[in-house]
Write a protein that binds this ligand. Structure first.
Ligand code: HEC
Ligand code: HEC
Length: 261
């Protein structure tokens, strides 16, 4: 009887261990909104960098502009012979982390030559902790990570910090079509009212060229049908908007674009 109990217990533990390992191994699915971080006390640079990298490569949407080599300066690789972002940020007046933090919360303050001012204010989407994690990650790309828990605490209480610091990102809240197209960086690649960059087909007149259904598919699954005349740009449009937008937001965008005659 005793032995049987031990066996049952052993099998139970083995099963739990097995699923714990599986859970670690399977890549985590990207959630719609980046998870809130608690990096307040005693956070190590390694934890910050890892969290920042996850945000940069995933939920924060940075790679829809950075890394293509055309829409925005490269950060992970050389830009203009000045090196990766961690190497070149030190040459700015303020010091590296201050410059990077400012680049994210006030992108218009210092514009990199040759690029349009299309970068969104990261506070719309990320908490203060998350922004500092991304700063730490950017510093780690060729430089020394100097972000500490003190930075996070200090700026969180500064008057310029967003009221919603630490709360869920505001990104999912808006239902204004033009704001949605701005926040999701669509107009970094599609022209609206003649403004923006002509990387993909213009939003102006889109409703007279293609149906609402085709617009919807074009957003959720860009590779399903490539826009006529843009075959060379296939694969450029991020395929992540289906996850990033709520169903209601997607419909608002589809109807707005279908109405562009
Ligand atoms: C809509 C496109 C777009 C998105 C999305 C975007 N950026 Fe940018 N970013 C730009 C452009 C264009 C510039 C250059 C003009 C400027 O300085 O604002 C830039 C500049 C920067 C710089 C300064 C680069 C340098 O060489 O000094 C940093 C740092 C940066 N972005 C980080 C980020 C991070 C981190 C994210 C994600 C949270 C992000 N960006 C999302 C377009 C974008
Ligand atoms: C990095 C650049 C880029 C971004 C950001 C981007 N797009 Fe695109 N988009 C393209 C390119 C290039 C094409 C044409 C190739 C293709 O069909 O995949 C395209 C195609 C489309 C199409 C299909 C048009 C057709 O004629 O079939 C729609 C609709 C569209 N984009 C909407 C959007 C919306 C809405 C957003 C923001 C939520 C967005 N795009 C963000 C580059 C981009």
């Amino acid at each position: 009887m005793f032995l049987t109990n031990i066996k049952v217990l052993a099998v139970g533990l083995a099963v739990i261990a097995f699923y714990t390992i599986i859970a670690q191994v399977i890549p985590q699915l990207e959630s719609e909104v980046p998870e809130a971080l608690d990096l307040s006390a005693g956070v190590t640079p390694e934890v910050l960098v890892t969290a920042g990298e996850d945000l940069f490569m995933g939920g924060a949407g940075c790679t829809s502009c950075h890394g293509l080599g055309t829409r925005a300066p490269n950060l992970r690789t050389d830009h203009a012979g000045e090196g990766t972002i961690g190497e070149r940020c030190g040459s700015r007046e303020q010091g590296c982390k201050e410059y990077l933090y400012e680049s994210m919360i006030d992108p218009g303050a210092y514009l990199i030559e040759g690029f349009p001012p299309i970068m969104p204010d990261a506070r719309r989407q990320l908490s203060n902790e998350q922004i500092w994690a991304v700063v730490a990650y950017l510093e780690s790309l060729g430089g020394e990570v100097t972000v500490t828990a003190d930075d996070i605490g200090a700026s969180a209480s500064a008057p310029s910090a967003p009221a919603s610091s630490g709360a869920a990102p505001a990104r999912t809240a808006t239902t204004d079509p033009v704001q949605l197209l701005t926040e999701n960086a669509c107009i970094g690649c599609h022209q609206l009212e003649g403004a923006g960059a002509p990387v993909g087909p213009a939003f102006d007149g889109m409703g007279s060229r293609i149906s609402a259904d085709r617009i919807r598919t074009g957003i959720i699954d860009p590779e399903a049908e490539i826009a006529e005349g843009y075959e060379a740009f296939a694969g450029m449009m991020p395929a992540t908007f289906g996850d990033q937008l709520s169903a209601a937001q997607l419909e608002i965008i589809v109807q707005f674009l279908a109405a562009r005659q």
